[in-house]
Write a protein that binds this ligand. Structure first.
Ligand SMILES: Cc1cc2nc3c(=O)[nH]c(=O)nc-3n(C[C@H](O)[C@H](O)[C@H](O)COP(=O)(O)OP(=O)(O)OC[C@H]3O[C@@H](n4cnc5c(N)ncnc54)[C@H](O)[C@@H]3O)c2cc1C
Length: 451
C-alpha cells in the first residue's frame, strides 16, 4: 500500500496514526498548528500527565514503541484516598499485581511519538501550520485523517459543508492543575505508586506522580455556585478552601495561591458526532471524533485504540478509503459512545462514591466474585483499564454486574455476611461468559519501570 496521506494534528492520536500509516508504506504529511514541543515549552495549562492503561499500551506495543515509553512510566497500583482529617486509605485497582495503570508525561509521550514518526523516514511534521478547515467540493485524492482534537477544525468544516451532526456537551465543572514539588532529597512527598484522591462529594482533588519527584495535582470543581471556581476569587479564599478541605495537600504545595492565580482553569467537553467521515475524503479520529471527560483516564487510550482499529481496516480494504472509513466508524462509534458514558459516571464514583462504605464493600465483593468466577465476573473498572474487550461490551456487562452487587449488598455491611450461594447462582445465571479468550486479554506489564 502506498500513496500520500494528510494527518491534521501531531498530538497523541495524530502522531501515532502517522506511525501506523508509515509502517504500512504510506507517505504522511502531518500539519500541526503549534510549534515543535521538543524545542519549545508549550505544556502550560494542558493536562501535564496522563494515565496510560492496557489499551494504550497495546497500541504502542504494536508499533514497537514500548521500549522507548517504558522508562517514562510510573506505575500506579490503586487509589490512595485522603479523608478530610488527613487519614489515608488504599484501594487497589486490580486483584493481581499486574493490574495497574501508569502515569506518563503528556509532553514526553508526545515527543517520543513524534521522534518515532519521523524516524520511519516517511513522515514529515509541519509545525506552526494550522489547518483552517477543508473544502469537500475539491477532492485531490489525498485522504485526510483529522486528529486535531476536541475543537477540530475539520469536524467544523464537515458540519458546515455536509451537515454532520455534532453535539458538544460542556461539563459544569472545570479543572485547574497545580504542582506539588518533590520533597526532601528529590523524593516524592506522598506514595508515588498511587493515584491520590481527595473525594469531597461535589468536587475533588487528585494527584498523579511525575518522574522528577513532583506530583501534578488537579482540582475538579463546579465553575459557578457555592463551592466553585467563581467563589475562589482571591488568594485568601483559595488558601482557606484548601486549608479546610485538603489540609494535607495544602502543606505540600508551596505558593499555592500564586499557582492558582497563574494557571488557567480548563473546561471539559463530551463531543459526539456522526458520521465521522465524508466519503473517502476525510475521517475524524481521537478527540476530534469523540472527546470525553477525563474521569476514566481513557481519552488517550481510546484515541490509541482508534489507531489500531484504523490500521486493521486499512489491512482489510487497502486504499478503498470510503470503505476503510465506514468500517472504522462502524467498529468504533458504539464503543466511543460507551466510554463517554462510563467516563461521566466515573466522575461521581471518584468524587463521591469511593468514600462511602457501601462502595467499598462492593469493591471487595467484586474481587471475591472475580476470584470465584474468573472467566465470567470482571469488575467494570478492570474491563475498561486492564482488558481489551470492546467498551460497549464492558458497559453492558458492567450494568448486569452492578445489579448483582446491589442485590447482594442490600442490608449487608460486612463481606463475611454475603450470601455466597446466591452470589454464585446470580453470576452464573446472569453474566455471560466472555466471547473469546482475546476479550479477557490480561493486563500488560511493561518491564523495567520504576517502583
Ligand atoms: C485534564 C485532562 C486529563 C486527562 N487525563 C487523561 C488520562 O489520564 N488518560 C487518558 O487516556 N486521557 C486523558 N485525557 C484525554 C486526552 O488528553 C485526550 O483524549 C487526548 O489528548 C486525545 O488525543 P488527540 O490526539 O485526539 O487530541 P489532542 O491531544 O488534543 O491533539 C490535537 C493536536 O492537534 C493540533 N491541532 C488542533 N487544531 C489544529 C488545526 N486546526 N490545525 C493543525 N493542528 C491542530 C493540536 O495542537 C494538537 O497537537 C485527559 C484530558 C484532560 C483535559
Amino acid at each position: 500500500m502506498s500513496g500520500p496521506i494528510t494527518v491534521v494534528g501531531a498530538g497523541l492520536a495524530g502522531s501515532l496514526a502517522a506511525i501506523f500509516l508509515a509502517q504500512r508504506g504510506y507517505t504522511v504529511t502531518v500539519l500541526e498548528r503549534r510549534p515543535d514541543l521538543r524545542k519549545v515549552d508549550i505544556s502550560a495549562g494542558r493536562s501535564i500527565n496522563l494515565a496510560l492503561a492496557n489499551r494504550g499500551i497495546d497500541a504502542l506495543r504494536r508499533v514497537g514503541l514500548m521500549p522507548q515509553i517504558e522508562p517514562l512510566l510510573t506505575p500506579m497500583r490503586g487509589r490512595m484516598l485522603h479523608t478530610p482529617a488527613g487519614e489515608l486509605g488504599f484501594q487497589p485497582y486490580g486483584r493481581t499485581p499486574t493490574e495497574m495503570i501508569y502515569s506518563v508525561s503528556r509532553g514526553s509521550l508526545n515527543a517520543a511519538l513524534m521522534d518515532a514518526a519521523e524516524a520511519t523516514g516517511r513522515v514529515e511534521i509541519r509545525f506552526g501550520t494550522p489547518c483552517d478547515g477543508h473544502d469537500f467540493d475539491v477532492d485531490d485524492g489525498t485522504p485526510v485523517i483529522a486528529a486535531d482534537g476536541a475543537g477540530s477544525a475539520i469536524r467544523a468544516a464537515m458540519h458546515a459543508q455536509r451537515g454532520i451532526t455534532v453535539s458538544e456537551e460542556l461539563l459544569e465543572h472545570g479543572y485547574k492543575e497545580l504542582t506539588m514539588p518533590a520533597g526532601a532529597g528529590g523524593a516524592h512527598a506522598m506514595d508515588c505508586n498511587a493515584l491520590h484522591i481527595w473525594p469531597r462529594g461535589g468536587y475533588m482533588l487528585i494527584a498523579l506522580p511525575n518522574l522528577d519527584g513532583s506530583f501534578t495535582v488537579t482540582l475538579f470543581l463546579p465553575v459557578d455556585g457555592q463551592d466553585s471556581f467563581a467563589a475562589l476569587s482571591g488568594p485568601a479564599e483559595v488558601d482557606a478552601f484548601f486549608r479546610e478541605h485538603f489540609a494535607d495537600a495544602h502543606t505540600l504545595i508551596p505558593g499555592l495561591a500564586e499557582q492558582f492565580a497563574t494557571n488557567p482553569t480548563g473546561r471539559m467537553v463530551t463531543v459526539r458526532s456522526e458520521p465521522w467521515h465524508i466519503g473517502g475524503q476525510a475521517l475524524l479520529v481521537g478527540d476530534a471524533a469523540h472527546a470525553i471527560v477525563p474521569f476514566h483516564g481513557q481519552g488517550m487510550n481510546a484515541a490509541f485504540e482508534d489507531c489500531v482499529a484504523l490500521d486493521a481496516c486499512i489491512a482489510e480494504h487497502g486504499n478503498d478509503w470510503e470503505q476503510v472509513f465506514a468500517d472504522f466508524e462502524a467498529l468504533r462509534k458504539p464503543n466511543s459512545d460507551a466510554i463517554a458514558t462510563m467516563a461521566l459516571e466515573n466522575y461521581v464514583e471518584m468524587r463521591d462514591l469511593v468514600a462511602q462504605p457501601r462502595f467499598q464493600l462492593q469493591k471487595k465483593l467484586e474481587f471475591l466474585l472475580q476470584e470465584r468466577h474468573p472467566d465470567r465476573f470482571i469488575p467494570r473498572y478492570a474491563m475498561v483499564m486492564f482488558h481489551s474487550m470492546p467498551y460497549a461490551e464492558a458497559y453492558t456487562r458492567g450494568r448486569v454486574q452492578k445489579e448483582i452487587l446491589d442485590a447482594l449488598t442490600q442490608r449487608v455491611e460486612r463481606i463475611e455476611d454475603i450470601d455466597l450461594d446466591r452470589a454464585d447462582q446470580l453470576v452464573v445465571s446472569r453474566v455471560p461468559a466472555p466471547r473469546s479468550s482475546s476479550d479477557t486479554h490480561s493486563a500488560h506489564r511493561p518491564h523495567g519501570t520504576r517502583g
